[in-house]
Design a protein around this ligand. Structure first.
Ligand code: APR
Length: 238
């Protein structure tokens, strides 16, 4: 293994599955008969805002009883201990990484506990339901708050910072993501292009498995702590 200093970790819904949060494309990937993708678009919000608000209110309610699992805790341990650069890029909108203690974290698809006003553009921390159409605390207008979530067709947050980190990475690790959604699905190819080693930790082989130097299959709660211990042990030896 080459000398590793800069690491980018990409996480997806699979890392939170063992905390009881449903993945998107698994067997329970339907919500009130809708494909989840069909409630995660600006067009869906235009068509039926109440339905979309209900979907995110339900996800916020599910998050209220979810706890970080061993995989989130292991990444938080890596974050605290790793002497080099580290960026944890999550596609997840839950807050389990930060509740486990991770700090070097970027939510590229937004956050459930944040809302933004389509009237004045203000973004703020939001933990309550949005389906009851509260007024925007910044501009006072009712009915304009939407979840601060990046929907299909919208630009993910932090792309410039992510692209820089991927270009500098010695190691790129993907955890619990199906590799079905770009641009995140393409990070492995960029990382390879810039010379990083690439590792995938997932329950099933993802759509992009062929692009990884190594794929380890199994539950995140087992694979991630094992990998973190291995990496920290190697770094103290070198
Ligand atoms: N441990 C590890 N991996 C798991 C586990 C587990 N316990 N359970 C499921 N997985 C894997 C599945 O095998 C699958 O490959 O997690 C992956 C989850 O894939 P998706 O449901 O497609 O989730 P994700 O890749 O995060 O979706 C990307 O799609 O709808 C959008 O914006 C949404 O951020 C989301 C994006």
């Amino acid at each position: 293994m080459k000398d590793i200093r800069n690491i980018v970790v990409l996480t997806g819904a699979g890392i939170s599955a063992e905390s009881g949060l449903a993945t998107f494309r698994g067997p329970d990937g339907l919500w009130e008969g809708h494909r989840v993708e069909d409630v995660c678009t600006p067009e869906a919000f235009e068509r039926d805002a109440a339905l979309v608000q209900r979907f995110y209110d339900a996800r916020r309610a599910a998050l209220a009883t979810a706890e970080p699992n061993a995989a989130h805790r292991a990444l938080a341990k890596l974050d605290a201990a790793w002497p080099g650069e580290l960026l944890i890029v999550t596609q997840n909108v839950d807050d389990l990484h930060e509740r486990a203690g991770a700090r070097r974290l970027l939510h590229m698809h937004g956050e459930l506990k944040s809302a933004w006003c389509t009237g004045c553009g203000a973004r703020r921390r939001w933990e309550r339901a949005l389906g009851d159409w509260p007024a925007c605390p910044a501009c006072g207008q009712p009915g304009l708050l939407r979840p601060d979530i990046v929907w299909f067709g919208e630009m993910p947050y932090g792309m410039e910072r992510i692209e820089e980190a991927v270009a500098e990475a010695d190691l790129f690790v993907s955890i619990g993501t199906s590799g079905a959604v770009y641009p995140a699905a393409g990070f492995v190819q960029s990382a390879r292009h810039y010379g990083a080693e690439t590792l995938e930790l997932n329950l099933d082989p993802s759509a992009g498995s062929i692009f990884f130097d190594e794929t380890r299959l199994g539950p995140a709660s087992k694979l991630v702590p094992d990998w973190v211990e291995e990496l920290l042990a190697q770094s103290t030896q070198s």
